[in-house]
Write a protein that binds this ligand. Structure first.
Ligand code: COA
Length: 143
């Protein structure tokens, strides 16, 4: 399962936006603004492919010298619960470490907290609402 960095504006990036729309936004009746997507030029974009098909993706955004934020974690509906999300998280952690970050933070959907806990992430603070859904701040030291 090739895991790789995706270039902003590429064909693979279009696939990534489509996957995120299908898995994360359309179920909530939401989309992306052009400004949101433009800002992603500064991010590290990660995808898991099977030949030409993008099966999973996530984003690492710079927060500070030490910390990056994991965002937009999505595994295609037909591939969920097959170990792909966990494999992509391990790859994303390696990429983050190589980029010099020592901590990953995220706003995790409440429904996904158990998934991240299995990977060593801990909740921090009270539940809050984002994109209409309950979330928790989670974080992990990656070395
Ligand atoms: C949440 C998500 C990223 C997990 O990826 P995945 O490929 O389905 O998960 P994996 O198969 O790699 O699961 C790894 C482990 O976590 C567990 N797990 C997976 N999803 C879980 C969940 N939602 N809650 C609790 N545990 C979960 C699996 O059972 C597995 O456990 P095991 O190691 O004991 O067998 C994926 O299901 C997804 O995209 N969901 C919809 C969008 C979403 O919620 N994104 C996250 C936003 S913060």
């Amino acid at each position: 399962m090739p895991l790789k960095i995706i270039d902003h504006g590429s064909r693979d990036y279009d696939k990534m936006v489509n996957l995120r729309l299908e898995v994360l936004r359309k179920p909530l009746g939401l989309s992306f603004t052009p400004e949101e997507l433009e800002k992603e030029k500064q991010d590290i974009l990660i995808g898991a492919f099977e030949e030409e098909d993008l099966l999973a993706c996530c984003i690492l955004s710079h927060v500070s010298k030490e910390t990056c934020k994991l965002r937009q974690m999505a595994v295609s509906l037909k591939m969920q619960r097959n170990g792909l999300g966990a494999a992509m998280m391990l790859f994303a952690e390696r990429v983050a470490r190589d980029a010099g970050f020592s901590t990953i933070v995220m706003n995790a959907r409440k429904t996904a907290v158990g998934f991240y806990e299995k990977l060593g992430y801990k909740t921090d603070g009270e539940e809050f609402v984002e994109v209409t859904l309950p979330h928790y701040l989670m974080q992990k030291r990656i070395f």
